[in-house]
Design a protein around this ligand. Sequence first.
Ligand code: ADP
Ligand code: MG
Length: 347
Amino acid sequence: MVVKKKKVEKEIVEAVDESFSDDERVGKTKEDSKITKLDDLPGIGPVTIEKLREAHFEDLMSIAVASAGVLSDVAGITEATANKAIAAARDAMELGFISAEEVSNKRKSITKITIGSTEVDKLIGGGIESQGITECFGEFGSGKSQIAMQLAVNVQLPVDQGGLDGYCVFIDTENTFRPERIKQIAEARGLDPEKVMKKIMVARAFTSDHQMLLAEKISDLIKDKKLPVKLIIMDSMMGLFRSEYAGRGTLATRQQKLNKHIHTLQKLADLHNIAIYITNQVMSRPDIFFGNPTAAIGGHILHHACQFRIYLRKGKAGKRIARLIDSPYLPEGEAIFKVTEKGIEDA
Ligand code: ADP
Ligand code: MG
């Protein structure tokens, strides 16, 4: 039986091979081969596509960044077929090389938002960056949401004061957003609290699907309502995902959804030069800290998507310690700050 199944699969793979046109073999780009959706992928039949969709591989990017192992598992196809689909999706998404000069030019438009503490700003190279995702993780009460609310105010500051003169979109999954706290922080900065509140668009997410949908709706605020959104906050990123996908068997589905969600956020960041700030609650486990305390929560997908990862912990007398982890170009280090009535301040 097994042998027979393998044989059938092999034949399918070979038949699939035949279906590759010369253009597809040489990896022509989107314009050339017109691959714009899953159905266009060479080497993948309708039945497989249905299975992929069920596993929430819903767009080309999700295939392009998938691993052949996961793809073959969820879609019941061979790794060879999976590899072909991935290669075709990558071509279509043009995930190819660009020159270092292009990278450098794009990075020149990166802007930064102050966190409110000069020490923490210094640690992360001047503030949280646009075009990227900054993750703050730590245990309950470590200051993740306080930083979020501070950033929602700070993004509205003029550029010479560490802001981006922009709006904030705040997606609250834990019902911890407090307008009164925003007022307090704004007043401490000498800003008009009423004006500040108008520039923070808040939505409460109740399920992970709702959270994903809200993220997708942000482009409407930018395109239709023409709001100059410069900061998106997801507080918290993983809470709903974690509670909804608790069992081991659901991990692949969760990671696929998460992957799509991160892609939505990253695309907004890239297209509109927006900074993304996400939070993640973790248990304080000093024994595993020097491993990776968040490995079990967002996994590699989340980990690799973040430019900055800041680990927060409580210190003595209301102080907080921020530690920069895995930065691609800044040294690891720590900074101390405090959370006061005024917001985030140097300790
Ligand atoms: P989490 O990391 O779970 O999101 P928070 O960011 O909500 O934690 O931090 C909560 C902590 O922030 C409180 O325990 C308190 O120490 C501090 N905090 C919150 N509001 C104020 C305030 N108005 N004045 C002083 N400290 C505050
Ligand atoms: Mg919080």
